[in-house]
Every structure is written in C-alpha cells, then in structure tokens.
Design a protein around this ligand. Structure first.
Ligand code: ZN
Length: 530
C-alpha cells in the first residue's frame, strides 16, 4: 500500500489528462499513444531514481520529478486542447516571437472553465503527493537490484525511441522544435534581408509621373468574411463602402498560411526564403528609387527579432509605435496616422510607405477604443451563444475601427494630389465562430476564414491616367505568396526576371492551384467548412 502511494500516485495525473482530453478536447486515436508515452516517461523518471543511494536525495528527486512531470503534462495537454495539435517548430516560432502583452492577452482569451478545473486538479495532486511521507519507504537496495533498475531505465528509453512513441514526448518535442527554429533562424541570418539593397537587377520605375506616393497597409488577422464591403451582413465597413466607386475590391484572394511570420515570409519576399539569396519588397522599392518608410504597431519582440522586423530594417525610416517591450497594452492602430502624416511631409520625390497594423489580432477587445464600439446586439451567423456573441461583437468592432483608419489613410493620400495608390490586405484571416466554434488562426483547425483576406486597392486620378493596370481580375483566384510580383507590376516597376503572369494586376495573370499551409489544397478546406 505504501509502495502504491509512492509509485501508483503517478497514474493520477496521467488519468486526469486522459479525462480532460476525452471530455473537452477533440480526442482522437493518437492520444492513446500519448497516454502510453506518458506512462513510459513516468517510468523512466522513477527508474532513474536508482542512480541515487541516499534516501533523502531520492525523496527530493521524486517530489521534484512529480512536479515537473505534472507541469509538463498540463502544458502539453492545454496546448493540445487549444490548438488540436502536438508541439511543433511553428509553435516555437509563435511562442518566441510573441511578446509579453500578447502572451497575456492570449492566455486571457483562451482561459476557460475546463482549463481552470484541470489546473486545480493537477495542482491538488502535486500538493498531496509532496506531503506523502516517503523517506521510510526508500530502503537501501542491493547493487544487483540497482543495476536491474538501471537496465530497465535504458530499456524503456530504447523502447520509447524505437516504437516512435518519443514523438509524443513533450520535452523531446520542445527540444526538437527549438532546434528546427534555430536552424531556420540561421538560414534567415545568412541573407541580407535587413540591408537597403536586395538582389534585384535592372530595376526601373517605368511610371511617367514624377512625384509618387505609394502606400501599403498590412492588416493582421482580418478575414474578409467580416467586412461589410465583402457582403458580411453587418455594415462593418461604412467608410470603405462609401468609397466603393473609387476602389477595386478583389474578392478571391487568400493568404498562403495561417500564421503571420509564415505568411509574410512568403508575401513580402521574392523566394519565400527557399533560395540562398533573398530580397524583399522594401529592397525592391529602395532599388527603384523610392524613399521607404515602415511604421508598425506590432512590437519587435522576442529573444530574436522576428523575420518581419528584419525586413523592415531595410527601410529608410523605421518606427515602432510601441517600442516598450513589456508594455501591458499595445496602442490602437490609429497611432500610426501621426507617423503617416509626418512621412507625407517628407520632401522625397518618390515615397513608399508601409503601415503594419495590429489589426484584429486577438484579444479583439483591445484593438479598438471602448467608445468606438458599434456592435453590441446578437451577431449574424450560426453560433450565437454568449461566448461567441461577445467575441464576434469585439471582432466586428475592431474591423469597424480599422475601416475608419484605412479610409483616413486614403483621404490623406488623396489630399496630396499626387500619383498615388493605397493597397490594403491582411497577412492572413481569422476564424471567429463563423465556420466552426473557435476563434483564432491555427493550421490544425484551419477553416477558409483563416485564409480569406481583404485585398482592396484605391488609386488617385493621376495614377489611374498614367499607370494602367488590368482591372478585370477582381474575381480571379489569387494567393499572396506571389504578392511581390503584383506589387512590382502595380507600381510600374520592372526588374530582371519579373513574372507578370503571377501579378493579379496583369492581363497575363495566370491563376494557379492554391496550395496553402503545409501542402493542403485550399479548395478542400473551402468545401469542408463552407
Ligand atoms: Zn498574423
């Protein structure tokens, strides 16, 4: 009985995990493998106690191991509960490149009753276990028994490795994923993506216009299926709708991925970091003779700067509206207007301005001022319970706020009376209780809303007259992994090797099969979740 209390108690957290996942998460077959792996992992920890002779040290380590074991199971299981996937390199990317206030918002957003209950039970188990008297149970063992334990320890390790069960092991996954992350980072570090000039050759700006002002607004987590201008039943975009006659609204544009870094890595570069040499849109505009500005309301956070920050460093002027790395709250995107106006006053002949928004990134509630709330009633759609309604309303209010910001940027650009365009798109979309009961963007729970992005173009009169583009592709299927080609085409920029058939603004545009995420056909996702 005493022996059971010491060793059998290890089964309780394993069973708690099983029950938690069974009742609350999308439980499927491979979770049984995880259960088995958890049990073997516990066995490895317990057998390793045979390394120690002193009962006192054994007691310390068995308590310590129990704490670590329960903690790891908890994190692993909550991660699975939220994202429906095991730990991966992408997860490390997100964790490392997420700043503190984002992490706080993230936790607040996903924290719910099952997680809390799970936490309390696991905490209770640790508390009880540590209080069990153990010292008298550990008797001195003979050398042969200790050797046997050591043999078993090695045996279980080998079993874990060769049965393939190790891929379910959380510490193993963390180490492996971190390794992959570091490799990827190294690959990026070898390019000169943060330098003013990229590897473009024979770059020419072909526009007959002298003074030019080109503006790119990069949104964040905004699905076009929540924009009034795209047919969402709520009028979330009154200001863009009022400008409708001046806009080209592209209705069938998707992002190549559901994560910011993965998506922008493909959208803003020539080769998506698949080549040794890499160049970005900022470098292209620099080489075309533009003065480049990058204003971001996203934080350049993490032990490493994110890849997007590195690209932004190629700009002549780079400003982050919230450089306080540990700020609890990030400012609203409206702060970018001040930077924008300053750039408008800059004397340069040709200007390219990027506004990188925080957009509708969760926690949606923090993306717009309280007094700017418009939607408080029951939202349209099939999920209308309290949680879904409140979340959708926050999201729609955030979209409404962004609508005002984009319209302001267009207004100010128009007032310059130059050869100008304003192009708005989002890095990827977002699911907000529309196709499935979930809010966020994750590849493992992918829905069409996580890929469907707004893509809206405004042009000044002078620009339209002198810089023709093909306007008939409004419904053409497009993925923004070819965005650089389109941006060059729209900007009347030529470079050696430009591929007009990849530009949605070209009459030679040739739509391709849209493979997204880690190799999934977008049409399949669209059909399943529509
Ligand atoms: Zn994003």
């Amino acid at each position: 009985m005493k022996q059971f209390r010491l060793f059998g108690f290890w089964l309780f957290p394993i069973l708690t995990v099983l029950l938690f996942e069974f009742f609350f998460a999308d439980f499927y077959a491979s979770r049984w493998e995880n259960l088995l792996e958890n049990t073997l992992f516990a066995l490895v920890l317990l057998l390793s106690l045979s390394f120690f002779v002193s009962a006192k040290i054994k007691v310390f380590f068995i308590n310590f191991y129990y704490l670590i074991f329960v903690l790891l199971l908890f994190i692993e299981s909550v991660f699975f509960y939220i994202f429906n996937t095991v730990f991966t390199a992408s997860a490390v990317f997100i964790l490392i490149e997420t700043n503190l206030s984002e992490a706080g918002e993230f936790l607040k957003f996903y924290l719910d009753f099952p997680i809390l209950l799970f936490f309390l039970i696991m905490l209770g188990l640790v508390f009880i276990y540590i209080r069990i008297p153990k010292k008298h149970i550990f008797k001195p063992r003979s050398l042969s028994i200790r050797l046997l334990c050591f043999g078993l320890f090695l045996g279980v390790l080998v079993l874990l490795k060769y049965s393939g069960l190790i891929v379910q092991n959380f510490p193993y996954l963390v180490i492996k994923s971190t390794g992959e992350y570091v490799q990827e980072k190294k690959k990026m570090g070898q390019t000169n993506i943060d330098q003013p000039t990229g590897h473009f050759e024979e770059v020419i700006h072909n526009s007959p216009d002298g003074k030019s002002l080109y503006v790119l607004i990069l949104g964040e987590s905004t699905s076009r299926n929540h924009l009034g201008i795209y047919g969402y039943p709520r009028n979330t975009t009154p200001r863009l709708s009022a400008l409708q006659d001046e806009l080209l609204v592209y209705k069938n544009v998707i992002s190549p991925h559901t994560y910011t870094i993965e998506s922008l890595k493909q959208s803003l570069t020539l080769h998506a970091f698949k080549n040794r040499e890499e160049s970005s849109i900022v470098q292209l505009m620099n080489q075309a003779g533009f003065k480049t500005f990058w204003f971001s309301n996203q934080q350049p956070i993490g032990p490493f700067d994110s890849m997007v920050t590195e690209m932004a460093q190629a700009a002549d002027v780079l400003e982050f509206s919230n450089s306080n790395r540990h700020a609890r709250n990030t400012p609203y995107d409206g702060v970018l207007l001040d930077y924008f106006e300053k750039a408008l006053g800059d004397a340069a002949e040709k200007k390219f301005i990027v506004l990188h928004l925080l957009g509708t990134h969760l926690d949606y509630e923090n993306r717009y001022p309280k007094n700017a709330a418009v939607f408080t009633d029951t939202p349209p759609g099939k999920f209308t319970d309290e949680t879904a309604s409140v979340t959708i309303n926050h999201y729609d209010n955030a979209v409404h706020y962004i609508d005002g910001l984009i319209a302001e940027v267009i207004k100010k650009t128009r007032e310059e009376h130059l050869s100008s365009y304003v192009l708005y798109l989002s890095d990827h979309g977002e699911e907000v209780y529309q196709s499935r009961y979930f809010a966020g963007h994750t590849l493992s729970k992918a829905t069409k809303n996580m890929f469907d992005i707004p893509f809206v173009l405004w042009r000044s009169k002078i620009f339209k007259e002198n810089n023709p583009i093909f306007e008939e592709n409004l419904n053409a299927p497009f993925v923004t992994d070819d965005f650089l080609q389109s941006l060059a085409d729209l900007s009347q920029i030529d470079f050696k090797g430009i591929q007009k058939e990849k530009s949605i603004f070209s009459e030679n545009f040739h739509p391709k099969k849209r493979i997204v995420g880690e190799g999934v056909d977008y049409e399949k996702i669209r059909k399943v979740r529509e």
